[in-house]
Write a new protein. Structure first.
Ligand code: PA5
Length: 432
């Protein structure tokens, strides 16, 4: 399947320079496949689509069915890679977000905001709910704080049976969460030690919340397998994952410092959030890296579009458009044509959106913004799995091309150390 069209970069990045990265990009891919690159101890996600444990998948479905029987709401507690993949999938696969759901997933523990946490707390008081606490380390403060608060609410509502409503997804045999889960008797799912948070969407981290919403999690894995087959085997010039990684790096080497993911579908909003973490934590280190951001188009063409067209020339853009929406609409023709849009009535809304994308590519290219164009056939579980695997593999390759370790995130500790010192945590006085 062809995802990527890169003709919109060729005015700035020559075909020859793209071709010249073949050896480097292929070597980077081999480092991932052979586990010989930096951070290789966290590359378990590379082969994971084929290493999924079938019994564990069955247990995910069984547990999600039990949770569905006992709860209207699944409260997912986690931060960063422990929730963004599930949130991206839920919003992409929710054909009509305005429709009231009989089963809801709510995310907390990704902020210290008292207002947000209080509002969820109040909302849950008269709902039947269960908790999926997700933390690989089992010690991250935001989810730990939220877990205390909402576990207390479970105890108030369900007494000694509260533990039957908690599922812990964490590293087995270590960490505070694992110990607590064993002591208090929660259902436990494991996060493989060799898969870091932002690469964990295809594991139980991402899959249990999706199974709760009855999403076909096997189709997600089949999509990821198809992407694995395609991008680990195709030659460079036919390999969109390698080309995407190479072109990002060539743009960066040519002075572009910001990548904007231009999303032509509001349901892709949380994919943008997931992508920000994936590329931001993987590449933003050693004073290097394209800054990952996302815009929703055409919405943001009426706000940030001016800057992209005419402001500082910082950008590489990567557009994502969905070929076949779940639903499409025609515009009614009016006899008087007061608003002058009768000329649009021969197009469906999706066809207009597609032409808006084509017009934007032409405009931004003329404004010296190289544009990559990704077309996703449909927003289905299969293509979600395909797309996230494509992005994770590109990100790993791109990080190696950049010369960084894409699998650590030491920079995340700086704010934590200061915050702990300011909150009087013993041992952190030196950060005051
Ligand atoms: O990518 C990562 O590893 C991190 O961003 C984590 O996802 C995030 O910090 C949450 O960590 P944990 O799952 O250990 O609570």
């Amino acid at each position: 399947m062809k995802l990527l069209n890169y003709t919109g970069v060729l005015d700035f990045i020559s075909k020859e320079s793209i071709e010249s990265l073949e050896a480097e990009a292929t070597e980077a891919l081999h480092k991932l496949l052979n586990k010989t690159g930096e951070g290789s101890e966290f590359t378990g996600w590379v082969d994971y689509p084929y290493n999924v444990d079938n019994d564990e998948m069955k247990r995910v479905i069984q547990v999600s069915e039990r949770l569905r029987e006992q709860s209207e709401v699944l409260l997912v507690i986690g931060v960063g890679g422990s929730y963004l993949g599930a949130q991206a999938a839920l919003s992409i696969l929710d054909v009509n977000p305005l429709k009231k759901k009989d089963k809801e997933v709510i995310f907390v523990g990704n902020t210290f905001s008292s207002d947000y946490t209080y509002n969820v707390y109040e909302y849950l008081k008269d709902k039947d709910f269960s908790i999926n606490i997700i933390s690989k380390s089992g010690t991250t403060t935001e989810p730990a704080v939220a877990f205390r608060i909402f576990k207390n609410l479970l105890k108030e509502k369900y007494g000694s049976k509260y533990n039957e409503r908690i599922v812990a997804t964490t590293t087995l045999n270590k960490g505070a969460l694992y110990e607590l889960a064993v002591t208090e008797g929660y259902e436990i799912f494991s996060i493989p030690e060799d898969i870091g948070g932002r690469y964990s969407v295809l594991t139980t981290v991402g899959l249990l919340p999706l199974a709760f919403r009855n999403i076909d999690i096997r189709a997600i894995i089949f999509g990821a397998r198809a992407a694995y087959d395609n991008y680990t085997k195709s030659a460079y010039l036919e390999n969109d994952a390698l080309l995407y990684a190479a072109i990002r790096n060539l743009a960066y080497r040519a002075g572009k410092t910001v990548e904007i993911l231009g999303l032509f579908e509001p349901r892709l909003h949380y994919l943008g959030e997931w992508y920000k973490q994936l590329f931001g934590e993987s590449e933003g280190k050693d004073r290097k890296g394209l800054y990952p951001s996302f815009h929703t188009y055409t919405t943001d063409l009426h706000s940030l579009g001016q800057y992209v067209q005419d402001g500082e020339r910082l950008f590489l853009e990567t557009f994502i458009h969905v070929e076949k929406p779940a639903n499409d609409m025609m515009i009614p023709r009016e006899v008087d044509d007061f608003d002058g849009i009768n000329y649009l009535t021969k197009f469906s809304l999706n066809e207009i959106n597609k032409r808006a994308k084509m017009g934007t590519i032409k405009a931004h290219v003329s404004g010296e913004v190289p544009v990559l164009d990704i077309t996703l056939p449909e927003m289905t579980p299969y293509y979600f799995g395909y797309l996230v695997y494509f992005m994770m593999l590109s990100c790993g390759v791109s990080g190696y091309l950049l010369g960084v370790n894409p699998f650590n995130q030491d920079g995340v500790e700086a704010y934590k150390n200061n915050m702990f010192a300011m909150l009087g945590r013993p041992g952190y006085e030196k950060y005051l």
